[in-house]
Ligand binder design. Sequence first.
Ligand code: SF4
Ligand code: SF4
Ligand code: SF4
Length: 250
Amino acid sequence: MAKPKVAFFDFTCCEGCQIEFTNYGDPVFLELLKHVDVVEFREAMSEKCREPLDIAFIEGSFSREADRPRLEEIRRRAKVVIAYGQCAATAGINALKNHTSDYRKFVYGKDAALPHLDSQIAVGVDQAIKVDYYAYGCPVNKYEVLQIVSHLLHGKDPVIPNYPVCVECKRRETICRFDVGDYCLGQTARAGCGAPCPADGIPCEACRGFVDKPNHEALVKVLDKRAGMPKGWARHKTRMFTANQRGDVK
Ligand code: SF4
Ligand code: SF4
Ligand code: SF4
């Protein structure tokens, strides 16, 4: 039986989520290749595919209207579309630019008005096309991606966590960052990564976005208790990866 055809496509992003899967000899990628036929993947091969697809992984945010036809063409060809990484899911760190209307001027200076540099605020690809599933993270968790593919190949709905990182942190018995005078966004951040950052002694920055219906204001209040930080720090912190989820972009 032919293997399912899978392709990776990139839009506005750093392509770090593709690289996450292509570290030389990565056993997780080799495992994936046993079960699927990767027919397009810019970081690893030059071939292009115009055939129907079983799974399309879309990396990067939707930040240019000019990208809409390509997104729609991928959607038409693919049975399943997965937003691959936080840029594709919610625009992730790309949405930092959404905090200001002057982003083109900051980045391109005197060239800001050139037509080929035109862009809009960054949003998830589901603002342009229907997305079936989301692989969160900046970058993605490759073990979770493998699990999503495995579920799909077995005809099951992938299970995407909708509980906070604190749950995973407690499971591995990590000392809470707040207990050592630090801060952390894990209370409202979406789990699924296994809470590696607090385990390494650094705060969770919610790189997988927030859970559905997070209590932003409670999070800001907790962060505001941290001594020595400038006014407005807590509010800025809570929208670093999550500008679009806070709903207060310009
Ligand atoms: S989610 Fe992060 S690692 Fe992945 S493409 Fe976007 S910026 Fe890069
Ligand atoms: S370190 Fe962060 S993720 Fe872990 S329990 Fe504390 S607040 Fe939650
Ligand atoms: S602990 Fe937080 S910042 Fe670290 S990988 Fe998980 S969601 Fe991202």
